[in-house]
Design a protein around this ligand. Sequence first.
Ligand code: NAD
Length: 310
Amino acid sequence: MSVVAIIGSGLIGRAWALVFARAGWQVKMYDISAELLAGLPEKLQEESQILVRHKLAENADTLLNAIAYSNDLQEALSGADFVQENGPERLDAKIDIFAELDRLVPLDVPIASSTSSIVASLFSEQLAGRERVLIGHPVNPPHLVPLVEVCGASWTKEAVLIKAYDIYASIGQVPVRVHKEIDGFVLNRLQGALLAEALKLVGEGIISVEDLDKTVKDGLGLRWAFMGPFETIELNAPEGAEDYFSRYGPVFAKMAKTPAGADVFDKGWTQKITENWEGRLPASDIAGRSNWRNERLAALTYHKNEQDKN
Ligand SMILES: NC(=O)c1ccc[n+]([C@@H]2O[C@H](COP(=O)([O-])OP(=O)(O)OC[C@H]3O[C@@H](n4cnc5c(N)ncnc54)[C@H](O)[C@@H]3O)[C@@H](O)[C@H]2O)c1
């Protein structure tokens, strides 16, 4: 049985645990917080029941029995065939954690970071085993959203990237290769571009927060659940993508001349928007609403899986 070490067991680490356990791996979870480790079985139980309810896993106990917990890093790493790191999103933390992992993990074992935005060359350059370090960036929560961005530093071995890609594919994720290091990789660059434009439109009073959200969830997002932007435009002009660009390219080019810009992320701009957002959730409702989101994502994933089978 293959063994994965999950290093950092917060929101993303515990979702990875379910992904690997569902695929039949033995999972060893580590975190520096003993309190967090103690609460994991209950959290994983809740999440695995969502998977079972939506026929995305057969048996919650089988998943949970495949997962072990440890506050001893060396013990958690022993026997691991693959390491998935999910510590805090700070460069100093990644440097410290990877120095330890590189020291403790045999050279033939890939070590992947879940980091959303820190490229591998920033924290692996000084490591003896830097050629087996890569990014495996998931989407929250990875047990319900399968995409993983695979990206190495210039010194990451191609064979390691292929191995990680194959492992992610074999456990039911959808890996994509990001061929050069770039801030935010690809997914967050796309998300950031949309968010910047949304902040600009709402901040300038062109649309409300609620109607902006509807524009995505009842408009663009419906198609995006099963086709990407290139597949979308291919069907939006009778002759396909080239026809689309000749018809609509100039309109998009004109809009691209006035980009949202970085200022829309200034505190003054974002605060004005969040303060005037009617019907915003109180902080105490966020965990409950996240469970609701996971139920809906699970139902959507089941639907997509069934459609793909046909
Ligand atoms: N939250 C998201 O939407 C999301 C999505 C994709 C990727 N990520 C990335 O995943 C990583 C984890 O994010 P998260 O949202 O799970 O954060 P989180 O705060 O929920 O979890 C981080 C965990 O790391 C633990 N930790 C701190 N120092 C540690 C150390 N030295 N060794 C081991 N564990 C340590 C903390 O106790 C905590 O449990 C980040 O790099 C983040 O960018 C997050």
